[in-house]
Design a protein around this ligand. Structure first.
Ligand code: DGL
Length: 276
């Protein structure tokens, strides 16, 4: 099949996640790049990705990438750590030159290993899929062998947040029982390796009381998106009050309720029946 011509600056940015977590990334991109049109896709029909096989995640990610291409996106942001860890190369190969592809792991690794950093011992909390892939430890070690990385799968957190369950007694007790694990005792920075976790950042901050630096991907990814668009002459300088579109693959009430909170503004959800 002949490849389409290079994308143009006026085209939208596609952003996807297994659910609403990626809206934390979409929100940061909207704030950093207010002229860009965004198309968001939450694959609620297959949430959670964290417990699925790599083959399933690759399959979902390719179908969603096709949806983004059909919607004329100039860039596809994989706003999910699990899909970034397991399907980034596959999506990049599939998309080719038709759009830029960005994952959420690289910008965080760049921040942790930036010149002059003071990170000695870094913890990572994420889904089972992300932790099993060992992506953060591998990438951090590749950039700086001296940084010690301790990873912990925290599989209950994304589902808890997706259900709108945070900032209460039960969420605090689940978060604390993970963070109290002895293996995380000596870290001086913690990567929130799941795009759902910015929603529980206040509770994690409360646990560490400022003694551990918390690193989440949203602002790092937004800056990375800006740099990539600029480098490729794809920044939309003409857009004025862009209209964003939000899709989910299966309607759930929890999504409807939490989505506005995650994105920080009014949004209208549509079901994209790409699997039905
Ligand atoms: N938001 C996804 C991530 O960043 C995790 C949620 C899931 O398990 O689907 O990994």
């Amino acid at each position: 099949m002949p490849e389409k011509a290079k994308p143009a600056a006026s085209q939208p940015i596609g952003i996807f996640d297994s659910g609403i977590g990626g809206l934390t990334v979409a929100r940061a991109i909207k704030e950093r790049l207010p002229k860009e049109k965004l198309i968001y896709f939450g694959d609620t029909a297959h949430f959670p990705y964290g417990d699925k096989s790599a083959d399933s995640i690759k399959y979902y990610a390719i179908r969603i990438a096709q949806f983004m291409l059909d919607n004329n996106c100039k860039m596809i942001v994989i706003a999910c750590n699990t899909a970034s860890a397991l399907a980034y190369d596959t999506v990049k190969d599939f998309v080719g030159k038709r759009a830029l592809v960005v994952n959420v792991v690289e910008p965080v690794v760049s921040k942790i290993t930036a010149k002059g950093h003071k990170h000695k011992s870094v913890g990572v909390i994420a889904t089972k899929g992300t932790i099993k892939s060992d992506i953060y430890a591998r990438k951090i070690k590749e950039a700086d062998k001296a940084i010690e990385v301790t990873s912990l799968a925290t599989p209950l957190l994304a589902s808890m947040i997706e259900e709108g369950f945070f900032n209460n007694k039960i969420s605090r007790s689940i978060i604390n029982s993970y963070l109290e694990k002895p293996k995380l005792k000596k870290i001086n920075a913690l990567i929130l390796g799941c795009t759902h976790y910015p929603l529980i950042k206040p509770e994690i901050e409360e646990f560490y009381k400022g003694k551990v630096e918390l690193v989440d991907s949203s602002d790092e990814v937004a800056e990375f998106v800006y740099q990539q668009l600029k480098k490729n002459n794809l920044l939309n300088s003409l857009g004025n009050k862009p209209i964003h579109r939000f899709y989910i693959s299966d309607y759930t009430e929890a999504f409807e309720k939490s989505a506005q909170y995650f994105f920080g503004g009014k949004i209208k959800l549509q079901e994209a029946r790409i699997w039905k």
